[in-house]
Design a protein. Sequence first.
Length: 240
Amino acid sequence: MTNTIVKEIQESLAVLSIPEKAAFFPRFFKTGKGEYGEGDLFLGVKVPDQRAVAKEYYAKISLKDLSILLSSKYHEHRLTALFMLISKFEKAKEKSAKEEIVEFYLNHLPYVNNWDLVDSSCYKILGRYAYENKKEELLRTLSASEEMWHKRIAVVGTMHYIKKGSFELTKEFVTANLKHTHDLMHKANGWLLREMGNKNETELITYLNQYYKEMPRTCLRYAIEKLDEDLRQDYLKGRV
């Protein structure tokens, strides 16, 4: 992959740089609808055959070229780079290749500084790697950081643990960050607790009974969102 290809991506993204198109861009790769009509070419692939883009292109781009995109000042460039990096990680067969991608991700954390960049990448790369290789200390180090985005990456990274039915790391990180001052941290905590409840409502209720009075309101609101209305009201009234 050459810098010519990266330039082609950047020029394509520039077409979508105005606010309305920029907001639409992430959905373009998922649906194949919108700015480009069916049968049009985008990076040499016919729209809406976006699976071919992911399968044949994303995983092939070099980390050097991804670094160019991920360090771009444009959010759309960074988001695209992370989509590519996820695909590259998912298709990597050798452990050494996955380790290289994880190291790349960690070295580029200053550019992963927006909530949707975090949520679309960290649990699919860091969370999966930590779970599969028993590297929980990697996430614990990020959770202990003074940087809010590092904490959020660690917390949301435990989503992969939840998907595997393991909740302990999620509860550990959420509890450690209950008093964090940033509302996005509260949202991440509550979102994860809600997902935990989807898997095991009894475990969520046990956890809530111990900590719900300490939770910031945003965290609690997300955590109880899928519970029965009467139970939700009990927790909310218990805060009064």
